[in-house]
Every structure is written in C-alpha cells, then in structure tokens.
Design a protein around this ligand. Structure first.
Ligand SMILES: C[S@@+](CC[C@H](N)C(=O)[O-])C[C@H]1O[C@@H](n2cnc3c(N)ncnc32)[C@H](O)[C@@H]1O
Length: 117
C-alpha cells in the first residue's frame, strides 16, 4: 500500500496489539512513507482525515463490526474510500478479492476471502 500511495502519499498502519505493531515496524523499517501506531479502531482519533481507510481481516474479531465500520467511515475525507477485506469461508476467492488480499498482505491467497463492501 505504501508503494501504491507514491512518494507524496502517507500510510499509517494501526493495530491494537503492541506485538503486531512491533513486528510490522521491524518488517517494514526503511519504508519512508509508512508508519505504525498502536490503536483501537473503535476509538482511534487521528488529527487528519484519510483518502483511504482499509481494514484487513479485523472486523470478524469485533463484537460490533458495524460500529467499527461507521468509525472507519468517519475517518475519511469527502469522497474517500473504505475498503474491507475479511473472511468468508463459504465462497471461492474471485480475482478482485485475490488482488486485494495480495495488496494488503503482500502474498497471494488461494481461497476463503471476499470483500464485504
Ligand atoms: C487476523 S489479524 C489481521 C492482521 C492484519 N490486519 C493483516 O491483515 O495481516 C486480526 C488483527 O485484528 C487486530 N484487532 C482486533 N481488534 C482490534 C481493534 N479493536 N482495533 C484494532 N485492531 C484490532 C488484532 O490485534 C489482530 O492483529
């Protein structure tokens, strides 16, 4: 995603887990336009809005995913995009969700995922 954002774009990765954020910082150190923050998406209050808010494989862990979706939407500038990738074990992986998964995770996936919205 940092590559796709280009030199003038900035990407911030958040997760509620200290450990996951530490691993991400280590894995992606040196990527100039990418930073990571430990934060809970349900209460995250950045001081700016985003062109794109992307959630990958997280909503399924939340007791109230609709509230989290509303919170994510509130972080978007006018005309911004919300992208959600989560598991769906009943449908095969289509080419669109396969590409989306590869962008988010850096590797391809053979099945079990589809965009929620
Ligand atoms: C299956 S992992 C996916 C991690 C990463 N998004 C990815 O696609 O590789 C689910 C992640 O959701 C995070 N998570 C759960 N509840 C959260 C919340 N309220 N706010 C932010 N992250 C949360 C967990 O800490 C966990 O790292």
């Amino acid at each position: 995603m940092a590559r796709l954002a280009g030199e003038t774009g900035k990407v911030i990765g958040i997760d509620v887990s200290d450990q996951l954020i530490s691993q991400a910082r280590e894995k992606y150190q040196g990527v100039a336009n990418l930073s990571f923050t430990v934060a809970d998406i349900r209460t995250y209050q950045p001081d700016h809005l985003f062109d794109l808010v992307a959630s990958a494989r997280t909503l399924q862990w939340l007791a109230d995913p609709f509230s989290a979706l509303r919170q994510m939407s509130s972080l978007l500038r006018d005309g911004g995009w919300l992208s959600v990738l989560d598991y769906n074990h009943e449908n095969p992986l289509g080419p669109c969700s396969s590409r989306q998964h590869a962008v988010f995770t850096g590797h391809s996936c053979s099945g079990g995922l589809m965009p929620v919205c």
